[in-house]
Write a protein that binds this ligand. Structure first.
Ligand SMILES: [Zn+2]
Length: 796
């Protein structure tokens, strides 16, 4: 009834502010708007703001060229030339999915070309596409690792598709190829890459499906790629194959790959986070095409679980480094938070698609939170360095890198940033959605009318948003402006996070200068009226600094608070406290907080200034001034402490243990693993399966001989080591281990009558005859079928 009134009323009714509560909405079935709402594509949106426009420009001029250069240097581009017989050599790289680094960056470059013509870049892409065409086999198969008979790849490739369900990533490569091909086609109008993709997709249609090969993709993304091919060509068999790939998942497989249950029976976000959100995105794509109620039910449950139990305040997802994925409900440790950049990107894809299904702002709330925080943390302000995991606390062990052996996040963030303008607006035949607040303009086609929409705002630092509407022809339609959850006293749907302070919300709206009351539905102010040229809506979203508390079930955040202002989540970093100590800061509940814009700091940021109590081991409690910066801008001023969640109670303070020579050492290992800093970070686990502190693992190596090494800054005389083993699904204490020391160029065993312990839940100490050396090695023979992991390796 209310909806009808709103839709047909010429002037929207004067009703007191009503904040949407999903708790109430859950009971009635949400209205499905699939197919009715369309995003306004990024190439029709001009961004002129001071926040994203410079990032998009840096992405174009720095990041995309830098990634292509790395792909050249690492042999990733040569792999195509070698596969195509244009060059001699062996496949370079340990992963068979390196092809996707090129595809994702072509996709990013295409988005960039679409809004910023660049003949040189266009030509460079043509050159790459020639190499890709050469690498494609006659029947359409395209996978350089097998075509070059790669020896360096760490997983057995077996026969074609034979290892797809585990880790060959053949379909993963092809999925990213399709996304790149469609982007390149839209951007340039050229068929060159699209033809390669279509030839490949024909092969897939002939190979997989009912009565053919029934293999669930080992790493999802082919499903989204196939839907994009369908959207570009209208060929229905492509989305039907995507649905087939979704429907054959599970039951009885692994949670890690989301094959543990049929997808329509899945109700909890589990396993590898990137795989999960790529799959949910594809499910939403298929639901939009089919209105399949079972898909929709599963999506609603999965989204609800993800957002109300498994998401960080930054919008990051995937708390567990050992599976690069989800832990149990409320398991959100901060220092070991994985929050892979790719998972943030997938979370943005997923929430955009959920919005297009339902037209509910709660999905854009998640998208916005992820975009401004977890995602942007993934790349340095200069566009040159990347984070793979994005933790919420640090002792200085985390720094961004130029590149990774597994470089998935780099091309992925480049394509995501290039497409940001595409998330700002959406429309139906008779309404315009303003989802994100970004200064700039667009033209939206409503039937045979065209409406120019201009936004003037200094978001995210200021919540004043002026929207100017200029229809070519005066007409009655609806404008829906999102009221962010953060402004409506609800940081996120559900009770995972809440504001501690009451907050005197006084958001206000003016229509052509006149204050106007308004109603909010599904998180949007709906204004239906006869719009005239140059009508102006002014929305004022006050941005007080808010203290956020986590649900008490989140153990890592108990006794702590986080600071948020507008959509931006803050952290305290070492340069902004005079002794660099952040983890020993206590922010009293009544400490006043002040915001201040600093144009010269970190590209221009609003900071939060406050006084905290600092706890020093020797000096006791002291008063300390500190400045909090936006989380996305951390790790630009050298390594040191950082925390998003600040202690609000003494129990949450983290005193450090006593130092050893280990943390003065540089660490290396026989594998190029991530997180080797865990060995000497002085963080002691509560047990051998504690996921709240960082741990290093040789995974995916199993059963082999491996080592880790400390190189001391000078000659040292160690005689004691303590080792804490990891125990989980993939890792167990090794079959045996020993300590070696370096003498000249030789590694020699230390002499001991002690036992090399294999116990879990404690440090295993070995005392040996003192050696004089500048390096120690811990050599491990892993158990058959298991990897090994180490939380901490102390040396005295
Ligand atoms: Zn990644």
């Amino acid at each position: 009834m209310k909806r009808a009134h709103l839709l047909f009323g010429l002037i929207f009714p004067v009703i007191s502010i009503f904040f949407f509560l999903t708790g109430c909405e859950k009971k009635k079935k949400p209205e499905l708007l699939a197919g009715k709402i369309k995003g306004v594509p990024f190439n029709q949106v001009q961004v002129t703001d001071n926040f994203f426009s410079k990032r998009i420009e840096t992405n174009r001029t720095v990041t995309i060229p830098a990634i292509f250069k790395k792909c050249e240097e690492t042999g990733t581009i040569d792999n195509f030339a070698i596969a195509g017989g244009l060059k001699e050599g062996d496949y370079k790289g340990v992963y068979p999915f390196n092809d996707t680094d090129v595809y994702k960056t072509i996709e990013a470059a295409s988005y960039s070309l679409a809004v910023h013509p660049d003949a040189e870049l266009d030509k460079y892409l043509d050159g790459l596409i020639e190499l890709i065409a050469a690498a494609q086999e006659d029947d359409g198969y395209l996978y350089t690792a097998r075509t070059t008979n790669a020896k360096s790849v760490k997983w057995p490739l077996g026969r074609r598709w034979g290892n797809e369900k585990d880790n060959s990533h053949e379909l993963y490569n092809m999925g990213h190829l399709y996304e790149a091909a469609v982007a390149h086609y839209y951007a340039t109008g050229k068929h060159s890459l699209l033809d390669i993709a279509l030839k490949n997709a024909e092969l897939l249609c002939d190979t997989f499906g009912p009565g053919r090969l029934q293999t669930a993709p080992g790493h999802q993304v082919i499903e989204m790629g196939l839907v994009k091919l369908y959207q570009a060509t209208g060929e229905e068999k492509f989305w039907k194959l995507a649905k087939f790939f979704l429907d054959i998942r599970g039951p009885g497989g692994e949670e890690y790959k989301q094959t543990h249950k049929k997808i329509i029976d899945q109700d909890e976000a589990v396993g590898h986070a990137v795989r999960a959100v790529y799959m949910y995105s594809a499910m939403a794509d298929i639901a939009a095409l089919t209105n399949d109620q079972e898909y929709l039910n599963a999506l609603d449950k999965l989204w609800d679980n993800l957002v109300t139990k498994k998401m960080y305040i930054t919008g990051g997802i995937g708390s567990n480094p050992s599976n690069e994925g989800f832990g149990p409900n409320y398991d959100l440790p901060n220092m070991s938070a994985y929050c892979e950049t790719c998972a943030s990107i997938g979370n943005i894809f997923f929430n955009q698609r959920m919005f297009l299904l339902y037209g509910d702002a709660k999905y854009i709330d998640v998208l916005e939170r992820t975009l401004y925080n977890a995602l942007l943390s993934g790349i340095s302000l200069d566009g040159k360095l990347f984070f793979y995991p994005n933790p919420l606390a640090s002792r200085g062990q985390h720094t961004r890198s130029e590149w990774f052996v597994c470089a998935c996040c780099t091309g992925n963030i480049a394509r995501c940033i290039a497409s940001v303008p595409g998330y700002i607006y959406a429309h139906t035949d008779n309404s315009i959605y303003i989802n994100l607040f970004v200064a700039g303009r667009t033209k939206v086609k409503l039937g045979d009318n065209i409406v120019q929409v201009t936004q003037q705002t200094n978001y995210p630092w200021d919540g004043m948003v002026k929207v100017i509407l200029e229809p070519e022809r005066s007409e009655e339609f609806t404008v829906l402006i999102r009221i962010p959850g953060w402004a409506a006293n609800e940081p996120l749907t559900g009770d995972l996070y809440s504001y501690i302070d009451a907050g005197d919300q006084q958001l206000s709206l003016k229509l052509n200068g006149t204050p106007t009351s308004f109603d909010i539905e599904k998180g949007f102010v709906r204004i239906r009226r006869q719009w005239e040229k140059s009508d102006i809506v002014e929305l004022n979203l006050p941005m007080p600094i808010r203290r956020v508390a986590a649900n008490n079930l989140v153990e890592a955040d108990r006794g702590r608070i986080a600071l948020q202002r507008g959509p931006v989540v803050y952290c305290v970093e070492w340069p902004d406290v005079d002794d660099g100590g952040v983890l020993n800061l206590l922010l009293p509940a009544d400490a006043p907080l002040q915001s201040e814009y600093r144009p010269d700091l970190l590209g221009g940021v609003t900071v939060i200034k406050a006084k905290a109590a600092s706890y020093d081991f020797l000096k006791g409690r002291q008063e300390k001034n500190f400045v909090a910066i936006p989380y996305y801008a951390w790790a630009h001023r050298g390594p040191g402490e950082m925390a998003v969640w600040l202690a609000a109670e003494e129990s949450a303070l983290e005193p450090l243990g006593s130092p050893t020579v280990a943390e003065k050492s540089s660490v290396s290992s026989s594998v190029k693993g991530i997180g080797i800093e865990a060995l000497n970070d002085r963080l002691e686990p509560a047990g051998s399966s504690d996921s709240s502190v960082p741990v290093f693992s040789f995974w995916p190596q199993k059963g082999s001989m491996e080592w880790v090494e400390y190189d001391f800054p000078q000659i040292y005389e160690p005689s004691i080591v303590d080792v804490y083993w990891l125990m989980d699904e993939d890792n167990a204490p090794p079959e045996s281990w020993k300590i070696q020391f370096k003498e000249g160029d030789q590694w020699k065993d230390v002499w001991t009558t002690g036992v090399y312990g294999l116990e879990t839940g404690k440090f295993n100490r070995v005392i040996f005859e003192t050696v004089r050396t500048n390096a120690l090695r811990l050599e491990i023979k892993m158990k058959d079928g298991f990897s090994a992991g180490i939380y901490e390796w102390r040396v005295k």
